[in-house]
Design a protein around this ligand. Structure first.
Ligand code: AMP
Ligand code: MG
Length: 443
């Protein structure tokens, strides 16, 4: 495991007091490691979990050539350009009940969607394109020329997944379609990485827990609830350690407990420069570990909101029975509620995904036309809260949700996405195309 100093030395021009958002992601991707333990789960418990091995298909899907339509199956070589084709119906094949007779030239088989195609038959005329007639007690169909080509309306054996092929790759997050795919292979269980455990608490003397009476100068804790939501969406095991007042003994106990219980710790508040509180000092104290793996870096990131942040590894007590290695990863987020969300989405989420064993790509950015002028200084990344909507011509536009203060949580609840104004970008004019990270399914 590389120490924080080694990682810093690898990054060109690393300056903890003027770090770009890109450099933060680069640092964190080198700092965190994927968990190693796996578990085997039934399909119903596997939604949102990360596959720990390639899912190799034990069979072909579909397992046989079959009809994609209700209609009549026949050998397509009988189709002749410019000529009507007449065929005698010699039987019926239902889905799930194979038909074992013989279909010769000049004959066809009535088939239902999903019915196995007998050997030699490769084409299905949908019922609505066939004219059925009774001739001398027998049933015949006729097909007009030009309405069909050989191979039409037939699903091939293995066209979805072939036997022996990886249907899903290690590191994939299981989606609803993924669950269906596993079941389509006849498998009832999958091997996934165990859930990541993430402990979090809020710090600050002015932070009230729910249920406490309002007090002058104090505010109710919102960050814990936001972090709970963000983590739950990610599918980790959440460990809520409450609000911790600015007292060294209580902070120490909270950090020790968090490290004992979790793979990663998220705190909010107390990491800004000039903070009078004890959070930073305690992080530094607990980062000491005989292995040398521990450490904590205090950053000023060239971004808005969310400038201060602490990251590192906190030591676990040597008698820790958690079976989790010597250190827990630490993300010390700023206290401002919007800064918490922005730093989580920009930095913590990708790092946690990596720890979860996920190979998910960064969230895709959408391009939308700015409905207003936005002032922006090059040299830092800015995240504004926006509402993306579709204009009558079908193009996308984005508006800002009023007051963009880093404490204004309602600017996030009113938004459906986060506008990302990149490091080198300057002012935005009306009509300029800008990047938006959509919230749907994320927060
Ligand atoms: P700090 O980063 O500790 O300087 O906090 C910055 C601002 O965020 C202050 O106005 C704090 O009161 C506020 N803040 C810190 N923690 C929380 C929290 N858990 N919930 C709501 N506001 C918070
Ligand atoms: Mg504070």
């Amino acid at each position: 495991m590389k120490t924080l100093d080694q990682i810093a030395a690898e990054l060109q021009g690393y300056d903890p007091l003027a770090l770009s958002a890109t450099a933060v992601n680069e640092f964190l991707s080198r700092m965190v490691e994927p968990i190693q333990q796996t578990e085997t789960l039934g399909i119903f418990d596997a939604l949102g979990r990360v596959l720990a091995e390639d899912l190799i298909s034990p069979l072909n899907v579909p397992p046989h050539d079959n009809s994609a339509m209700d209609g009549f199956a026949f050998a397509g070589q009988q189709l002749v350009r410019g000529q009507k084709l007449q065929l005698k119906v010699v039987g019926t094949a239902m889905a799930g009940r194979a038909w074992h007779g013989q279909v010769r030239s000049g004959e066809c088989l009535k088939v239902m969607t999903g019915a196995v195609m007998p050997a030699g038959l490769d084409t299905v005329v949908p019922q609505e394109l066939a004219t059925v007639q009774q001739i001398g007690g027998a049933e015949f169909i006729s097909i007009q020329s030009g309405v069909l080509a050989t191979g039409d309306n037939r699903r091939l054996l293995g066209e979805d997944i072939q036997k022996g092929q990886a249907a899903l790759r290690k590191g994939a997050t299981l989606s609803p379609a993924g669950l269906g795919l596993i079941a389509s292979l006849g498998l009832g269980q999958v091997c996934v990485w165990r859930k990541l455990r993430v402990a979090y608490f809020s710090t600050g003397d002015e932070i009230l827990s729910l249920g406490e009476p309002p007090r002058e100068g104090a505010v109710y804790d919102s960050n814990r609830y936001t972090i709970f939501g963000l983590l739950s969406r990610l599918g980790v095991e959440v460990i809520d350690l409450g609000v911790v007042p600015d007292q060294p003994d209580l902070l120490e106990a909270a950090f020790r407990r968090a490290a004992h219980l979790s793979d990663a710790i998220i705190t909010s508040g107390g990491v800004s420069v000039g903070e009078a509180d004890h959070t930073k000092a305690m992080m530094m104290k607990l980062a000491n570990h005989p292995s040398g793996d521990g450490g904590v870096a205090f950053w000023r990131i060239a971004m808005r909101p969310g400038r201060p942040m602490a990251v590192g590894r906190i030591a676990r007590d040597s008698d820790s029975s958690s079976g989790l290695g010597g250190t827990a990863v630490l993300f010390g987020l700023p206290g401002n509620p919007v800064a918490v969300i922005v730093t989580f989405l920009a930095f913590v989420r990708p790092a946690l995904l990596q720890m979860m064993g996920s190979t998910a790509k960064p969230l895709p950015l959408l391009r939308a036309s700015s409905a207003e002028v936005i002032r922006k200084k090059p040299g830092r990344t800015e995240y504004q809260r926006g509402i993306v909507s579709t204009r009558p011509d079908g193009s996308l536009q984005v508006k800002i949700t009023g007051n963009q203060g880093s404490g204004v949580l309602s600017s996030v609840t009113a938004a459906n996405g986060l506008i990302v104004l990149h490091h080198d970008q300057g002012n935005v004019a009306i009509g300029d195309q800008i990047d938006v990270m959509m919230f749907d399914g994320v927060i």
